[in-house]
Ligand binder design. Structure first.
Ligand code: ADP
Ligand code: MG
Length: 411
């Protein structure tokens, strides 16, 4: 169909040696306050000057999420080659939010801290703002382009897969916060930008034997569906060497961005049209686009791999006002996989610890990205409007848990 040969899935992960580089390579920790005070002054009275802690309306320190476990101060160099990177991206307010008169409650404080100004009401009905500050490897403001996000997230991972590594980029957040825009945007999602660099690298003579293969599938309610083969149900199996492979997964050889975009467009159409009728709403499924580099001199053994993952919306069914059984089941399945994902990413950083990848289909099929030579970048996407405050805080707390583990030992 795309003038490329089609292969049955023969996932054959290699490189299982443990590698714990990039762990905690940032140094020079500062306090939250030393960063926040440099930001534009906030229009609230509770922010104290200089080194005083930020207090809420009751005089208590703000619930600063990751603030006490920040990854370096704003002067320290962020290491783009870290094994795990956790970034946050906020989108602009959209027309509907503006029409409703909603305000932007998110505010950057320095380059790496996002402050959420939660609007609250005291018992005596006076209104006040509770500030929550979270610090990550990078925070991308609403005007930052996909190209710039790419440079600080996926681009360093492209180099990594050419050293034989497995790289994974996740977009995590509530529905409507910008996951697909970031990861699988047809024009300039991170997958397109990365593919362009990957195909350029493949022009180097030393990679003449490396053949890129593309697959695109979806996980809905713990079941795999091949988006490049009419949403055929697929099954993941673990072979004798404990390597997980997806039997019958369609893979296209692909050497140009144009080809990739055609393949992607086809799969994306299948995704949004809901061929089975069971999954009309793509926000309830995880979409996984993989570019797998295989070595034709080694029986197509996997040389390196890049996975781009557009996760299901992180909100629970109940929060969306959906009460039917199907939606609740979807919600619990999604919660299970997002929880397992968090545990697996955290385990990435601890060489000897067990990786609980069997706890969900998502983590099971990504097993080779959680062990051995692997690096992960999580991009948490947030909606800036006041109506999304609770979801935004939940997203940032989830992302913050990923950072937490990295710095526990440095406390
Ligand atoms: P999700 O996949 O998380 O449900 P989408 O990626 O579909 O959310 O984004 C929702 C809407 O917001 C889309 O119309 C998208 O074009 C727009 N959008 C998301 N992020 C940005 C951004 N950073 N800049 C401009 N528009 C954005
Ligand atoms: Mg989406």
């Amino acid at each position: 169909m795309y003038s490329k040969s089609l292969h049955g899935g023969n996932n054959n992960p290699s490189n299982s040696s443990l590698n714990n580089n990039g762990n905690g390579s940032n140094s020079g920790f500062g306090t939250l306050n030393s960063r926040i005070k440099k930001a534009t002054p906030l229009p609230i009275t509770i922010a104290k000057k200089n080194a005083q802690p930020l207090l809420n309306a009751y005089g208590l320190p703000i619930s600063a999420g990751g603030a006490t476990l920040s990854r370096g101060n704003k002067n320290s160099n962020v290491d783009l080659t870290d094994k795990i990177r956790v970034c946050v991206r906020k989108r602009p307010l959209n027309k509907n939010e503006l029409r409703r008169g909603e305000s932007d409650i998110t505010e950057l404080a320095g380059k790496r801290t996002l402050v959420i100004n939660e609007q609250k009401t005291k018992v005596d009905l006076t209104r006040y703002i509770e500030r929550h500050a979270f610090t990550f490897d990078d925070v991308f403001d609403s005007n930052i382009t996909n190209e710039d996000v790419y440079k600080r997230t996926a681009a360093p991972l492209v180099d990594y897969i050419f050293t034989g590594g497995k790289a994974t980029c996740f977009a995590y957040g509530q529905t409507g916060s910008g996951k697909t825009y970031t990861m699988l945007n047809e024009k300039n999602g991170l997958y397109v930008l990365a593919a362009s660099d990957i195909f350029s690298m493949l022009n180097h003579p030393e990679y003449v034997n490396i053949i890129p293969h593309v697959s695109f599938y979806e996980i809905y309610q713990g079941q795999l569906y091949d988006l490049l083969n009419a949403r055929k149900k697929l099954f993941a199996r673990e072979d004798g060497k404990q390597q997980v492979c997806i039997a019958g997964l369609t893979e296209y050889e692909c050497f140009s961005v144009d080809d990739l975009m055609k393949i992607f467009g086809h799969g994306n159409n299948v995704r949004s049209t809901g061929a089975t009728g069971a999954n009309a709403d793509s926000s309830r499924s995880h979409a996984i686009l993989q570019i797998c580099l295989k070595d034709k001199t080694k029986k197509m053994a996997v040389f390196g791999k890049f996975s781009f993952i557009d996760l299901a919306g992180s909100e629970r069914g109940a929060d969306r006002g959906d009460a039917d059984r199907q939606t609740r089941m979807e919600g619990s399945e999604i919660n299970k996989s997002l929880l397992a994902l968090k545990e697996c990413i955290r385990a990435l950083d601890q060489v000897s610890k067990h990786t609980p990848f069997r706890q969900s289909k998502l983590t099971q099929v990504l097993k080779d990205s959680f062990i051995g030579n692997s690096k992960t970048c999580m991009i948490a996407t947030v909606s800036p409007n006041s109506g999304s405050c609770e979801h935004t805080l939940n997203t940032l707390r989830y992302a913050d848990r990923l950072v937490f583990n990295l710095y526990k030992h440095l406390k």
